[in-house]
Design a protein around this ligand. Structure first.
Ligand SMILES: Cc1ncc(COP(=O)(O)O)c(C=O)c1O
Length: 371
């Protein structure tokens, strides 16, 4: 049989592993889909606003046409929302597309990419796709970015640095002052991507978005998404802010039409309800603190989070822990070294998760299968 020749680095790659779908877990573990709780992909537990659903329905009749490749309406709406110029806004098919395109635009053989680890796996994949070499800098003892070591790791061959703030999967943030100092230390020929996919959820007063910095620095791009707090993950709409020059250069490495017309319409509509977004942020804070309090009461190790998820470890291996939750119809995300990530859900979903934790905890706390 004919076998096409593949790039060895691509052939050897493990594909991005998404959270397990509800339908598949329901089938495998004998649940009705409605009884499965998915807390594995940091999604918004609530459906889109009704006005957003209506706007999408109205836009359906025009899907015979290609979407607006310049996303004029969406960039205008974001421009008003963020108080930056429309040409300082870059949109893409989820912010993960923008993270990938950034790597492709500046990478290539002989270049390196610097980012923290563990962090969002797309940085690692994008580095490989771009034929660049990864320089992964371990998180510090508090599971936060070690910005000093990251700055030291940036070499003359480094063309992109990713900073995930808040960090996925640990939920930690770097203070704004430290991040500005870090940006000052990175040479301007090196692109810096600050990924703020969870920025809206942060309550720590030392944190601040780098959006204002992005328009004034020549090498900074700040990415955000409609997938999390706006609850539009399936539509794949992300955006970034950078100087107009940088946006124009980055767009050259991007395929056309990656944001659908439905996605553009939905995102524009979603931006009209900031008070409801704030309510969702507050509900997330309450749910996050409730989960953290339960972890503390039960003596479970966890990392205090600023995002819509919490990173925790009970003592058993990652696989054994996630499997135990699946038997209760609760999908959580396996990470590594016994660590697991749970997304903040609705109060009812959070309760289901904690009930499963309480039932399984003594069995999972037996040491033995952790390296
Ligand atoms: C840190 C981080 N950045 C970006 C994304 C990508 O989101 P999207 O491509 O849906 O915008 C995610 C999604 O989980 C994430 O965790």
């Amino acid at each position: 049989m004919f076998v096409p020749r593949f790039r060895p680095d691509i052939a050897g790659l493990a594909r991005y592993k998404a959270g397990r779908p509800i339908s598949e877990v329901a089938r495998s573990y004998g649940f009705e889909p409605a009884d499965v709780v998915k807390l594995a992909s940091n999604e918004n537990p609530l459906p889109p606003f009704p006005e957003v659903e209506k706007a999408m329905a109205e836009a359906l009749t025009e899907v015979n046409r290609y979407p607006d490749d310049d996303a004029y309406q969406l960039r205008e709406a974001l421009s008003r929302h963020l108080d930056v110029a429309p040409d300082q806004i870059w949109v893409g098919g989820g912010s993960s597309e923008l993270l990938r395109v950034a790597a492709l635009a500046v990478g290539g053989p002989g270049t390196t990419a610097v980012y923290a680890w563990p962090s969002f796996v797309i940085y690692r994949l994008a580095t490989i796709w771009a034929m660049s070499q990864a320089r992964e800098v371990p998180l510090d003892a508090a599971f936060a970015h070690d910005l000093e070591r990251m700055a030291e790791t940036v070499g003359s061959d480094t063309t992109v640095v990713y900073v995930c703030n808040p960090n996925n999967p640990t939920g930690t943030v770097v203070p704004a002052d430290d991040l500005r100092r870090f940006l000052d230390a990175i040479p301007e020929r090196c692109l810096v991507v600050v990924d703020e996919a969870y920025g809206e959820y942060v309550t720590d007063p030392t944190y601040s978005t780098m959006l204002p910095e992005a328009v004034s620095r020549p090498n900074l791009v700040v990415t955000r998404t409609f997938s999390k707090v706006y609850g539009l993950a399936a539509l794949r709409v992300g955006y970034a802010v950078a100087s107009a020059d940088l946006v124009a250069e980055l767009r050259k490495a991007q395929a056309p039409f990656t944001v659908t017309s439905i996605g553009q319409v939905a995102a524009v509509e979603a931006l009209r309800y900031p008070a409801r977004v704030a309510e969702r942020v507050e509900a997330n804070r309450v749910g996050r603190e409730w989960l953290e309090e339960r972890f503390a009461e039960l003596g479970v190790s966890f990392v205090p989070s600023q995002a819509n998820f919490v990173f925790f470890r009970v003592g058993a291996s990652t696989d054994r822990t996630t499997e135990a939750f699946l038997r209760h119809g609760v999908i959580v995300r396996p990470m590594a070294d016994g660590w697991v990530r749970v997304t903040v859900g609705t109060p009812e979903e959070n309760r289901r998760f904690v009930e499963a934790l309480e039932e399984e905890l003594s069995a999972l706390s037996q040491p033995g299968d952790l390296a």
